[in-house]
Design a protein around this ligand. Sequence first.
Ligand code: SF4
Length: 282
Amino acid sequence: MQEDMSLARPWYNVPVRLISSYAEQSCVLRGHTVTELIEGMPHINSQKLIGLELAGFDHDLADFVPIPDGVPVEIVAGLQDEPAKLYDLAQLTASRPVRVRLNCIPGFVSGLSIAASLDMAVALEIPLSGTAGAEELVAGLELALYRRSLTQPIDFYHGLLHTCYHQTPVDLFDIQEENPATSRYITDTGLETVSSRLAWILTERQVKPQDLFAYRDEQIEKYAPACFECEHGPVCRGYFKWHDPTADCSAFHSLFDVILDAAEQLAEDVRHAQDDVDSASH
Ligand code: SF4
């Protein structure tokens, strides 16, 4: 399972106050207010700026005006954020790509539905424990697969669908942006880790970011060897059990099955469409 890290060129998610130390790296600049992000932007090589990450939904649209058009913005939902506040930011998509990051906690589908209706992309943080509300995950999947008006991707659903359809070697760690070869997260205290939510696990277990996959494989081999036999192993890679072998991933087995079926159906539809084009041209 272990990846070759020798060619690694990760991008960094960096808090504004530490940006000067990463000025020449590819970065996402992270802050709590639009104003502090704007103040931080001159301290990074603009060619290296991937986007801006903003905490919470409660911001004034007018504050975004000084940010050049086209600079992507990611809005990260806090536990107290009301999904309806996203309507106040609807106009942001006229000038830049906007992605909303949502934790899959009870009620997340409401935020997902509103963001999707506003043409905002969505990144779902699936629960590390695997114990998400299965019904909500299915509702989110149905929205991602069947809402005709959808214009932007909803990850992890669409990332997985893409992986299954194209049979690419991409897994949940990639889709969740928790592959240390490609992304790193700098905590507010300056600690380099893989993502905000993996920070405490890696710190507690004294695992360096670059050693995450070696540690994961070691833990799975010792405590959750069933992951090596699991039919979803190639896309999951033990995502739920590497840090907790007792994690219940059964809800995700069903989701993986549905997404795999959808990818096969899509491939069949594309084949039929191609056949129709071929026969019409003869
Ligand atoms: S058993 Fe669960 S955690 Fe392990 S690979 Fe399969 S779905 Fe993933």
